[in-house]
Design a protein around this ligand. Structure first.
Ligand code: AMP
Length: 397
């Protein structure tokens, strides 16, 4: 069985690595000739909008899935006329626009950050009045890893931000009729949440609706990029896990979702506020490769191919550290017991995710000991090792 994957980055790379033992084959489509999957699978290098390439890509595939959420919805819909596309293109559509995403959360009764649509610079003042300061102005589309965001703390920031906004709401962004969710706007203003911590949940839903959920993960970012994940989230209260599971179930049921779905939350005053979702395997779930009974990658493939889902329980506790822009000496990482190094085969570049390290341990104390054995490369503020060490002490085994 050959599975087509749209996007050929590290998520696709790890999907293929998880699929080979299951006897699956893979074909990727990615616009970049540098996409790392080229090393391990057939790769078609073409734009997602290239109909000829999409047609060729789809030939003989059992199904298509994606590892990149900014694949144009039209490309997914075009493929869906030829071959099953899972998760359904509607999920892609909901996740590509921050406003639609938050409106979906709201419609499903999932608490979210207060927000307002901002079409053009004239709309910013009233949005600020409604939401208050501090706030964050974000592009609705194509923003990721903190890109396309401005923190507004005072009136000066607001007038500076206005220069980033178009003079008038462009015709293509005008309100359209639809299911109540489509109100395209170029920007969204969100209340700044002074959260206690950031958490994410990964759920997997099979073709017949069965759902399994991983333990909540605590995430630490620097400059909008994920640096460190701890799983299970330290001091995880069952009520918080339940809130996240309920949200994941509601979203996945409403979208007739199949595959792995990630939702990111802020924990604030004992509640969870949904920030965003990703209709794909997720960076905060990389620890599941060694740290859970079934990895997110294997479970995604089990789900889309209609196989029984694997258990999502963690094995002890794990810490995952992203390698961004540069990588350490492999031998210095591999000398640490139960440390697992993953390199994606990408050319090093500042801000680029080149690999990750997962440390696994039987107890929080053991995890703390293993984290402190990591080489000096990781003992820089960017790696959040201090946070990991102090939080590991409160991890429940
Ligand atoms: P996002 O692209 O929405 O995931 O935002 C990137 C990062 O910016 C998040 O992981 C948070 O650390 C921070 N952030 C985003 N939105 C908010 C918000 N409304 N309040 C506080 N911090 C935020």
């Amino acid at each position: 069985m050959t599975i087509g994957i749209l996007g050929g980055g590290q998520l696709g790379y790890m999907l293929a690595l998880a699929g080979y033992p299951l006897g699956l084959h893979f074909r990727f489509l990615d616009p970049s000739p540098e996409a790392p999957v080229g090393r391990i699978a057939t790769r078609i290098t073409a734009e997602f909008s290239d109909r000829g390439a999409l047609k060729k890509f789809a030939q003989g595939l059992a199904l298509v899935t994606y590892e990149f959420e900014n694949v144009p919805v039209e490309a997914a819909e075009y493929l869906a006329e030829r071959v099953p596309v899972l998760p359904p293109p509607a999920a892609l559509e909901a996740a590509q626009d921050r406003l639609k995403e938050k409106q979906l959360f709201q419609k499903l009764g999932i608490a979210t950050t207060e927000f307002a649509a901002v079409g053009d610079r004239n709309a910013l003042d009233s949005a600020v009045q409604q939401i208050g300061l501090p706030a964050i102005l974000k592009t609705c589309r194509m923003g990721y890893d903190g890109k396309g965001q401005w923190i507004l703390r005072n009136a000066e920031d607001v007038s500076r931000a206005k220069n980033e906004l178009p003079h008038e709401h462009s015709a293509s962004h005008k309100r359209t009729k639809g299911d109540g969710l489509d109100q395209p706007a170029a920007f969204i203003l969100e209340r700044f949440v002074p959260f206690t911590r950031e958490l994410s949940i990964l759920a997997v839903r099979g073709r017949t609706g069965e759902t399994a959920v991983y333990p909540l993960i605590e995430n630490h970012h620097r400059g909008g990029i994920l640096r460190l994940s701890l799983a299970p989230a330290p001091g995880l209260e069952p009520a918080i896990q339940k809130m996240a599971e309920d949200a994941a179930r509601r979203v996945s049921e409403s979208l007739h979702y199949v595959g792995v779905l990630a939702i990111e939350f802020f924990q604030h005053q004992g509640r969870l506020l949904a920030n965003e979702m990703a209709p794909r395997v997720h960076n905060s779930g990389h620890w599941t490769i060694e740290g859970a009974i079934t990895s997110q990658f294997e479970n995604h493939l089990r789900a889309v191919t209609g196989q029984p889902l694997g258990a999502t329980n963690g094995i002890g506790c794990s810490a995952m550290l992203n390698l961004i822009g540069e990588v350490p000496e492999s031998s210095e990482v591999l000398t640490v017991r139960d440390a697992h190094l993953h390199l994606y085969g990408k050319t090093p570049r500042a801000g680029r995710k080149l690999g990750h390290v997962t440390l696994r341990a039987a107890s929080p104390e053991q995890l703390a000991a293993r984290l402190s054995e990591l080489p000096s490369f990781f003992h820089r503020p960017d790696y959040c090792l201090d946070a990991a060490l102090s939080r590991a002490a409160s991890l429940r085994a």
